[in-house]
Every structure is written in C-alpha cells, then in structure tokens.
Ligand binder design. Structure first.
Ligand code: HEM
Length: 324
C-alpha cells in the first residue's frame, strides 16, 4: 500500500471528525437538547460561555463548539488544496464543494435554533428543515469523501460514455438520499412521540388522528427494502461491468453494510429506538452513503469493458494497415 500524503491524511481526518460532529448532532436531537442554548445563536443563552449550565445546555453547547471547529478545518483543506494540487485537479473542486456545503450546513443548523425548530416542536416546517439538514449532511459527506479519495490517488470521474450503469448508479444515489430523508422523519416521529411498547407504537401510527410524522414514519422501512434490493443489484452490475479491484471490494462492502443496516433498522423498531441505537443506525447510514459514493466514483472512473477487437495488432484485411 502506498503511503498517504499529508494532505490525504488530513482530509481523511476532517471526514472522520465531521462524522463525529454529525453523530453528536443526532444525540442533541434524540435527547431533546436542541433548545439547550435557548433560541440564541451564535451566543448560548445570551452568553459566550454558558454559566451554571444544565445537561441539555452542555450537550447543545458541545455540538456548537465541535461543529464550529469543523468549519476552519474545511477552510484549511480548501486553501491547502489550491496550494498542493494543480489547476483542474479534482481535489480542488471537492475541497471547494466541501467548504460551500459546510457553510450551508451551519446556516441550516443556525436556522433550526433561531426559528425554534428544536426540542418538542412538532410543526411541519421542522420536517422540511430536517430533510434539508439530512440532505445537506449527505452532500457534505460526499464532497469530503471524494476529496480524500482523490487526494489518495483515486482516479477522476468520467461521466461521458458510461451508459446505463452510470444512470443506474445515479439512481441509487438519489434513492439513498430519499431513504435518508424518510429516516429523518422517522427519527423525528420517534423523538416527539415515543411509544412504551411496539403494540402502542403501531396503534399510534394507524390511529385516524395520528400526527403526520407518525403516518410518514411507516414509509421508511418500505422505502428501505426497495432501495436495499435496488442497490444490491446495482452493486452486482458495477462489479461485473467494471471488474477492477476497488470497484469489486466497494461493491462487497456496500452489500455487507446494507445487510447490517437492515438488521439495525429492525432492531430499532423492536427496541423502540433507544438513543444509542439511533446513533448506530445513523452511523451505518452515513457509512453506507460514503461507500455508495466511492463505488460510483470508482465505477465511473473507468470506461466499460469493450468487446475484444479481433483485428487489434493485425494488418487490416483490405488496406494492409496495422490497427493500434
Ligand atoms: C439501507 C437501509 C436504511 C437506511 C440507509 C436508513 C437510514 C436512516 C436514517 C438516515 C435515519 C435518520 C437518523 C437520524 O436522523 O438520527 C433513520 C432512522 C430510522 N430508521 Fe432507518 N434506514 C434504513 C433501514 C431501516 C429499516 C429496515 C428500518 C425498520 C425496519 C428502519 C427504521 C428506522 C427507525 C425506527 C428510525 C428512527 C430512529 C432513529 O433515528 O434511529 N430503518 N434511518
């Protein structure tokens, strides 16, 4: 294995750190701590450093501090990319996209607090913001993952001439994004309307007066089954269509993660989504997303395997020319 450059090591580190920040953000939601700093932003309850904080304040403040540190890290990554890589290198584009998406992530996070779409708020507006937050998080993870991959020597993506496999992979990316968004609604339903037993949970979901989030939460497992089957087929096609080392390994890891995540989802329902399992489920969702992005990038960096040209290296029968 070749040694990673300092830039590549740094960019994988930024990715790892961002995953920690995302998981801590889910912990804030799951523990109803989003209003731990009141509706103040960037101050916490009107103070730079909260005095005599409650546990919710500590959880929310830690999220603000850790996410606040992620922004300068990505800024360093972007500036460094321009110094270390030549014009047109994909690392530059990936790092700039990461910076942009980190800023929009912070804006969405600030919006959640300023518009008080936190803690026990059950408005439909909160659902839209959560979907926007989840989608932005996925796009940010995609940009960071690709930056680190390209900085580690991963080949650039070529969209032209990729045929049906390219479209199928693009469809997979969109499906997983939609699945993630439906998961964000399910998570909101579980946080706002916790059930004390599986039977009570199901009764809640099917009651004629059920809240919109509870009715929508039923769709998540159904979307998961459809997406999982689709992704397994696409992974098999990618592995067969571009049988290179990384593509094959990534396809295998993707299928393994899908199996693991489906089991975690079932366990989530059975155990009534305890906080620790919500965090594990989100971690698996993020890993699955990153592996799908890498599988897509790895597959689309190669052109389809061509049928062997029978005249390669032979004199062309009519003109007597040698075909290269
Ligand atoms: C590939 C499959 C799956 C993916 C990618 C996925 C993704 C997600 C995501 C991103 C969330 C939101 C997490 C958060 O914001 O904290 C979520 C929540 C949830 N998912 Fe899934 N999911 C999958 C399969 C399933 C399955 C099969 C079930 C149930 C049978 C399930 C049940 C739940 C439940 C109950 C929640 C709400 C509690 C929580 O946040 O963990 N998921 N899912």
């Amino acid at each position: 294995m070749t040694k990673l450059s300092r830039y590549a090591t740094f960019s994988w580190g930024v990715l790892l750190y961002t995953i920690f920040v995302i998981l801590w953000g889910a912990f804030v939601r799951a523990t109803h701590s989003g209003a731990g700093c009141g509706s103040h932003w960037p101050l916490c309850n009107g103070e730079v450093i909260p005095q005599a904080p409650q546990i919710e304040t500590i959880i929310e403040f830690t999220h603000r501090l850790s996410s606040g540190l992620a922004l300068p890290m990505v800024l360093v990554m972007a500036v460094w990319a321009y110094r270390a890589f030549p014009k047109g290198h994909p690392v530059r584009g990936g790092a700039m996209a990461s910076l942009f998406l980190m800023v929009t992530e912070a804006i969405i996070g600030a919006g959640l607090v300023l518009f008080e779409l936190v803690a026990y708020n059950s408005s439909v507006a909160r659902a839209y913001w959560m979907i926007a937050h989840l989608s932005n998080t996925f796009l940010l993870l995609a940009a960071l993952t690709l930056t680190a991959w390209w900085a580690s020597g991963g080949p650039a993506v070529r969209l032209k001439g990729q045929g049906r496999l390219g479209a199928l992979l693009g469809g997979g990316v969109l499906c997983l994004m939609l699945l993630g968004a439906s998961g964000a609604i399910a998570a909101l339903g579980d946080t706002l309307f916790p059930a004390t037993s599986l039977a009570e949970g199901l009764q809640q979901d099917f009651a004629p007066t059920a809240h919109l989030f509870l009715r929508l939460r039923l769709f998540h497992p159904a979307i998961a089954v459809g997406t999982a089957l689709y992704l397994v087929i696409v992974a098999a096609l990618a592995s067969a269509g571009r049988p290179t080392g990384p593509t094959r390994s990534l396809a295998q890891v993707l299928v393994g993660l899908i199996l693991l995540q489906m089991s975690a989802g079932l366990l989530n329902v059975a155990l009534l989504a305890p906080v620790w399992l919500q965090i594990v489920h989100l971690l698996l969702a993020d890993l699955l997303w990153m592996v799908l992005i890498l599988l897509t990038a790895s597959t689309l960096s190669h052109t389809p395997v061509q049928a062997q040209d029978p005249f390669e290296g032979q004199p062309l029968p009519v003109l007597g020319l040698v075909k290269e």
